[in-house]
Design a protein around this ligand. Structure first.
Ligand code: MCA
Ligand code: AMP
Length: 481
C-alpha cells in the first residue's frame, strides 16, 4: 500500500501542477479538488470519466485514484455503439464530467457528477493495495468490440518510476503535449507521470506545432507525442525558425504509440540538432522499453528494456531468440509489474494473451541489436491498424460498415500514410452497384457508431472480395490490381 502521488501530501506553496490553456492548478489546489472528488466516489467499484482534454479530467482521475476506485476513461468522441459497449461492459456507478459537458444519449441514465476544479476538500489517505485496479482502458483487438484492460495501481507506479530512471525525469521537468486523455500515452504518461514526479504539465488542448514551440520557448523541458505529431513538426520546421529553436532547447523529445519514421527523425535532427527518443509500450503492458536519456538516440529503435521488465523474443515454434544479431526476428513477450491483470469480463482473451510462464504476447515482431537495443520490425496481426497512433481493429470497422444498408460485403486494411503512419481503407461490395455508398457517407457512418479516428479515409468499390477456399477474405490480394 503506497501513495501514487507523494507530491500531493504537504504540497509546496504555489507549486504548479497542471495547466490546460488559460486554466491551471497548483499542487495544493489539485489536492483540494481531487480530495473532493475522492470523497464523492469513495466506495464505488468503478467510475467513468468523460475524458476531454481539460483540467476536469485530470482532477477526476486523480481523485478517483486517491479514493482507491478504478477509473474508466471515455473518449468523448466515441460513437453510440462504442460508448454503449464500454458502459455496459464496465458498468460504472457514476460518470464524472466537466460542468457544461454535453453527454450523448448513449450514456443513458448513468448518474453524473460534475467536477469542480476549485472545490476544497481534505486529501484522503490512500488505502488501496498495489494490485487493486486503477484504470480500465479500452483497446481494440483484431475482431469484436474493444476490450477493457484492467491496470493495477502497481503497473502505474512501476512504469512511471522506470521512466523516471530512464529519462532522468524529475519534479523540475515541465512537460508539454496535446495528447488525448482516454489512452495510456496521454493519461498515464502525460498526466499521471508529471504528477507522480511532482513536476508539471502544460496541455495544449489540441496539438499544434505552434503550441509546442510556444511552451518549449516558455520553459517546458519535455515533449511527448505520437509520430503523426512529430511528422507535422518535421513538415513545419523549414518555415518556422522559432519551432527549431524551441525544440533545440528541450531536454527530452519523446515519441511513442507507433514507429517514428526514420525520415522524420532525421529531418528533426537536421533542423534542431536534437534527436527524438522512442519508447515502446502497449495499453496492456504500459511501458516496456525506451532509449535512455543517457543512451544513444538511434533512429528506428525503441531502446532497451526498462528496469523491472523482462523481455524476450520468441520464434513461431516457441524457441527463444538468443541472438543479439540485429537479424533474427521474434515476437516480443514481456513479464513484469508493469502488466495489466486481465481483460475485463474476458477470461478467454486474458488466458490467450499470456504464456504458461506468465509472459504477455505483444504480437509485435522485433530484432535485437548487439548492444541490446530492440528494433520493432512488424506486427503479427495484419488486422490491427495503427493510424495517428491509435490502434484500430479491422474487424470492428468491418462490422460497423456491414450495418450500413448500402454495404453488402466489407474488408478493411491499413495502407502506408506519410502523416498517419497507416490510413484506414474500406473495400466495399455495394448492395446496389449502381448507387455505391461514397467516402463521406461511410466515414460519417463509422464515426457516428465508433469514433472519428476509426473512420475510413479511402473507400474502394469492388464487384466481390477475394476469398480463399474457406471463404476467408484474402486481404493481401486487395490492392493488387
Ligand atoms: C472528421 N471528423 C469527424 C468526421 N471526420 N467527425 C465526425 N464524423 C466524421 N465523418 C473530425 C474529428 O472528430 C476531429 O474533430 C477532426 O475531424 C479531425 O479528426 P482526425 O482526422 O481524426 O484528426 P487528425 O488531424 O487526423 O488527428 C491526428 C492526431 C490524432 C492529432 C495525431 O490522431 C491523435 O490525437 N492521435 C493520438 C493517439 C494516441 O494518443 N494514441 C495513444 C494510444 P476536431 O477538429 O473537432 O478535433 S497507444 C498507447 O497509449 C500506448 C500505450 C503507447 O505506446 O503510447
Ligand atoms: P495500444 O494497444 O493502442 O496501446 O498500442 C500498442 C502498440 O503500439 C504496440 O503493440 C506497438 O505495436 C505500437 N507501438 C507503441 N510504441 C511504439 C514504438 N515506439 N514503435 C513502434 N510501435 C510502437
Amino acid at each position: 500500500m503506497s501513495t501514487l502521488f507523494p507530491a500531493l501530501t504537504e504540497p509546496e506553496a504555489g507549486r504548479p501542477a497542471l495547466r490546460f490553456g488559460a486554466r491551471s492548478l497548483t499542487y495544493a489546489e489539485l489536492a483540494a479538488a481531487a480530495g473532493t472528488v475522492a470523497a464523492r466516489v469513495r466506495g464505488a467499484d468503478r467510475v467513468a470519466v468523460w475524458a476531454t482534454p481539460a483540467l476536469e479530467t485530470a482532477v477526476a482521475v486523480v481523485g478517483t485514484l486517491l479514493a482507491g476506485v478504478a477509473a474508466v476513461p471515455l473518449n468523448p468522441r466515441s460513437g453510440g455503439k462504442e460508448l454503449r459497449h464500454i458502459l455496459s461492459d464496465s458498468a460504472p456507478s457514476l460518470l464524472l464530467a466537466a460542468p457544461g459537458d454535453e453527454l450523448p444519449a448513449a450514456v443513458g441514465d448513468l448518474d453524473r457528477a460534475d467536477v469542480d476544479v476549485r472545490a476544497a476538500g481534505p486529501l484522503p489517505e490512500e488505502r488501496a493495495g498495489d494490485g487493486d485496479p486503477a484504470l480500465i482502458v479500452y483497446t481494440s483487438g483484431t475482431t469484436g468490440p474493444p476490450k477493457g484492460a484492467v491496470l493495477p495501481r502497481r503497473a502505474l507506479s512501476t512504469t512511471l518510476d522506470a521512466l523516471a530512471d530512464a529519462w532522468r525525469w524529475t519534479g523540475d521537468d515541465v512537460l508539454v503535449h496535446g495528447l488525448p486523455l482516454f489512452h495510456v500515452h496521454g493519461l498515464v504518461l502525460g498526466v499521471l507521470g508529471p504528477l507522480r514526479r511532482g513536476g508539471s504539465l502544460r496541455h495544449l488542448g489540441r496539438f499544434s506545432p505552434e503550441g509546442v514551440a510556444r511552451e518549449l520557448n516558455e520553459g517546458a523541458t519535455m515533449l511527448f507525442g505520437v509520430p503523426t505529431m512529430y511528422h507535422r513538426i518535421a513538415e513545419a520546421l523549414p518555415g518556422d525558425p522559432e519551432l527549431a529553436e524551441a525544440l533545440g532547447r528541450a531536454r527530452l523529445l519523446v515519441s511513442g504509440s507507433a514507429a517514428l519514421p526514420v525520415h522524420d527523425h532525421e529531418r528533426i535532427a537536421a533542423a534542431t540538432g536534437r534527436r527524438v527518443i522512442e519508447r515502446y509500450g502497449m495499453t496492456e503492458t504500459l511501458m516496456n522499453t525506451s532509449v535512455r536519456a543517457d543512451g544513444e538516440p538511434r533512429a528506428g529503435t525503441v531502446g532497451v528494456p526498462l528496469p523491472g521488465v523482462e523481455l524476450r523474443l520468441v520464434e513461431e515454434d516457441g524457441t527463444e531468440v538468443t541472438a543479439y544479431d540485429g537479424e533474427t526476428v521474434g515476437e516480443i513477450q514481456v513479464r513484469g509489474p508493469n502488466l495489466f491483470t486481465a481483460y475485463l469480463n474476458r477470461p478467454d482473451a486474458t488466458a490467450a494473451a499470456f504464456t504458461a510462464d506468465g509472459f504477455f504476447r505483444t504480437g509485435d515482431m522485433a530484432v535485437r541489436d548487439p548492444d541490446g537495443y530492440v528494433r520493432i520490425v512488424g506486427r503479427k496481426a495484419t488486422d490491427l491498424i495503427k493510424s495517428g497512433g491509435y490502434k484500430i481493429g479491422a474487424g470492428e470497422i468491418e462490422n460497423a460498415l456491414l450495418e450500413h444498408p448500402g454495404v453488402r460485403e466489407a474488408a478493411v486494411t491499413g495502407e502506408p500514410d506519410a502523416d498517419l503512419g497507416e490510413r484506414i481503407v474500406a473495400w466495399v461490395v455495394p448492395a446496389d452497384p449502381a448507387d455505391p455508398p461514397g467516402l463521406e457517407e461511410l466515414a460519417g457512418h463509422v464515426a457516428r457508431r465508433l469514433a472519428p479516428h476509426k473512420r475510413p479515409r479511402v473507400v474502394r468499390h469492388l464487384g466481390s472480395l477475394p476469398r480463399n477456399d474457406m471463404g476467408k477474405v484474402m486481404k493481401r490480394e486487395l490492392g493488387r490490381g
